[in-house]
Design a protein around this ligand. Sequence first.
Ligand code: PMP
Length: 369
Amino acid sequence: MSDRWISDRLHKIDASGIRKVFDLAAKMTDPCNLSIGQPHFDTPEPIKQAIRTAIDQGKNAYSQSQGIAPLIGKLQAQIDAEYAQPDRKLFITSGTSGGLVLALQTLVNPGDEVIVFDPWFVMYKHLVTMAGGKVVEISTYPDFRIDVNKVAEAITPRTKVILFNSPANPTGAVASPAEVEALAKLALDKDIALVSDEIYRSFTYDGEFVSPAKWNPETLVIDGFSKSHSMTGHRVGWAHGPDYLIQQMIKLQQFTFVCAPHPMQYGALAGLEVDLSAHYAEYKQKRDFVRGELAPLFEIEGAQGAFYLFPKAPWGTGSEFVAKAIENSLLIIPGKVFSPADTHFRISYAAEQKTLERGCELLKKLAKG
Ligand code: PMP
């Protein structure tokens, strides 16, 4: 088979390095899997029940492009209460990924520069490439803090978007209120679109979550139910921002995703009434446990949120260390999947306690060589 029909755009995109680890996992017997980027608990029962009911009641056709009215209404009330910005509107997307695709296609012209923080969530680079934009990386090593001076220095006349994610994948870093405020005000001052991926906001362990939208009403926020409600397979998210921008994104949704899956939107609606705080508290305990076990042997920065740790490899490159781990049936992700630097690795602690215990034992053994 030849790939002569494949576009140049696609040739610039490499298969996800995470997928490669998943493929490997499928071939292994009883691996210790700390590579999964989704909650380990099942979708809560009231959400599943609402989806079953919606299907039984025939909510199986398209919904409106912007999503079902009751879900939009509830979320609008939430953001009105949180931000009190009359022009802030929202629509329902096909997962957070759907929101990110539409955001970049709506904002980026060919040749525009998009600032991303290194290490980044794997999708960002490719979505920018697909929009014809140029990725400008700002390193946050070694402590994964956002240095606004570095951002200011990276701005050129072509800078169009800053793509920001806190709590972050893969580092678990949560930007401090001062960092978020400075970034929000810089974007406003320089007239640059600020896109804030807040998919992990419920998983903030050491202090309050703050959105840059608090200081910058033009911020486009991309959020979703995948992680907070363990609905990764249901594909429901939402985006909120200035009305003119939301309207353009809905226009594009109409001709791409069409709508978020209709019955799943009823699941999300039910999800808004489910109290998941015990799950978030459990993840904080898991973070404390794994970090406590590994801290004596590994350098770990970030880790204030999400469900990832991003330790530095104690010897060799990140890939060499991960290769050794995989030889020992421990699945973790090499940092170079998220970064030009091959120095770290990602652990997900969204797993059962016994898996975490086994994983920590293996990692400690590997660290000692
Ligand atoms: N943003 C970040 C930072 C993520 O980690 C993920 C999922 N791994 C997504 C977006 C995509 O989420 P969804 O499943 O809602 O498309």
